[in-house]
Ligand binder design. Structure first.
Ligand code: ZN
Ligand code: ZN
Length: 266
């Protein structure tokens, strides 16, 4: 059998789920299409790091600085615009919105992409262009993480945000030895974080930190922090097994997002 990438496996898994859960067909289809677009986009990215100074990289890591400045992504402006347009069209079709195509200036788009990259937190999901830009950045950030993170000792990174791109986690895995690995919401890079404590605000007070077990076999957890009102979804590999697809799990666990948001967490 041909080697499948994590994204291709995720698309396949969504196909299986879609056939079992007809009520959510269009939700799963949207993610399948989005992942397919990102898969093709990443294949087209050929930039490689020009110069790697491991001493400087590891120094950055030890001082708690993520590795990637935006300019290091060397984004090709016209392919980026095409990618944003493709994703925006997909999002609009999903929302059933009829909007005239608006002209997108390549330079403006890169400027907006840089702003969104620096922003770290993106909570305004009503801004479809912003959302499309975030999704278009993903293949670039994933590609860059794959290139740069092999040069640093990630065990030295103790922060709650991504050591590669600085993004926030949107998922966690409890590994078979009970330790916790966070997954970046922007580049899907994974790194170890302490078992307890909130990665968003570093709160460690057990009175304001809780988790709720979820799912049929209690394989999922919803961590909430009452200090900063953030939540984090997690899967417990000691129950779910080690064959976890980190791309598909955040999509499948939509009901945990719903429950958390209804309780006022974000
Ligand atoms: Zn990241
Ligand atoms: Zn917190």
């Amino acid at each position: 059998m041909m080697h499948q990438t994590h994204r291709e496996k995720a698309i396949q898994r969504l196909e299986d789920v879609k056939n079992e859960d007809h009520a959510l067909t269009s939700y799963y289809q949207l993610y399948q299409d989005l992942l397919q677009i990102q898969e093709e986009a990443e294949l087209d990215i050929t930039t490689s790091l020009e110069m790697v100074d491991e001493v400087i990289l590891n120094e950055r890591l030890r001082s708690g600085l993520p590795q990637l400045p935006f300019d290091h992504l060397s984004i090709d402006e016209s392919s980026f615009r095409d990618l944003v347009q493709k994703i925006l069209d997909l999002l609009l079709a999903y929302q059933d919105e009829k909007v005239d195509k608006f002209p997108m200036d390549e330079e403006d788009l890169i400027t907006r992409a840089k702003e969104r990259f620096m922003l770290i937190q993106t909570t305004d999901n009503s801004d479809l262009l912003g959302l499309a830009i975030d999704q278009a950045l993903m293949p670039y950030l994933e590609h860059a993480a794959g290139q740069i993170m092999t040069h640093v000792d990630k065990s030295k990174w103790l922060q709650g945000n991504c050591p590669s791109c600085g993004g926030e986690p949107n998922f966690a895995c409890l590994d078979e030895d009970g330790s916790r690995t966070l997954v970046c919401s922007r580049c899907r890079y994974q790194w170890r974080y302490k078992r307890t404590g909130c990665p968003f605000c570093s709160n460690t007070d057990p009175k304001t930190l809780r988790y709720y077990p979820a799912g049929e076999k209690k394989a999922y957890r919803l961590y909430v922090c009452d200090a900063c009102k953030h939540y984090l979804k997690a899967i417990d590999q000691r129950i779910a097994g080690s064959d976890i697809n980190i791309i598909v799990e955040p999509i499948l666990t939509w009901s945990l997002d719903k429950a958390a948001r209804e309780k006022g967490y974000h």
